[in-house]
Design a protein. Structure first.
Length: 178
């Protein structure tokens, strides 16, 4: 199976979200599979004829599901969530990111701290989803090399992921592992 990605409508009910994702995966794979979650929350597809990997992100009104033959991670953020002007992105970067990344967010440039922070955040989260780690591991690796965002961490590729759907301009996504 080639890489597959689909966008679903979010639901405030966790069980309804799970059912929607599972139904979409079954429909896509044409197999009677189900999804289980590890203690760290990483989803896996159970019952497939061949091993397939899954990653899920839920943000704003959307659920995005990525399927692939090899490990994959996807993350996204709903940008209007951060428009209140009250978030201290430099302080968040100090708390969650490596020193290089925090410095990247703080450095003056034409790009806002918010934009720099979110570009890093979605890439880090996509990476940890791909390799089976958690947000607690964020300070242990960097997606920034000096003044630019890297396209790889070790052997895992990281990139911006453009999805097209109504309202997509209100979101930022990143994908790891393809």
């Amino acid at each position: 199976m080639a890489f597959r990605c689909f966008v679903l409508e979010n639901n405030p009910d966790r069980e309804a979200r799970h059912a929607a994702v599972e139904a979409a995966v079954r429909d896509c794979m044409k197999e009677d599979v189900h999804i289980e979650y590890s203690a760290k929350g990483k989803p896996s597809i159970v019952g497939a004829k061949e091993e397939k990997h899954i990653s899920v992100t839920t943000t704003g009104s959307k659920i995005v599901v990525a399927l692939h033959d090899s490990p994959v991670g996807i993350d996204g953020e709903y940008l209007p969530r951060y428009e209140n002007g009250k978030t201290d992105f430099a302080a968040l970067a100090e708390r969650f990111f490596s020193g290089d990344e925090a410095e990247y967010v703080r450095n003056e440039s034409e790009e806002s701290e918010k934009d720099k922070f979110l570009k890093i955040w979605v890439r880090k989260e996509a990476y940890v989803k791909c390799v089976g780690k958690t947000v607690a591991d964020f300070p242990n690796f960097s997606v920034v090399d000096g003044e630019k965002i890297m396209s790889k961490v070790g052997s895992v590729s990281l990139k911006k992921f453009n999805l097209r759907f109504e309202g997509c301009e209100d979101y930022i996504f990143a994908i790891a592992g393809l």
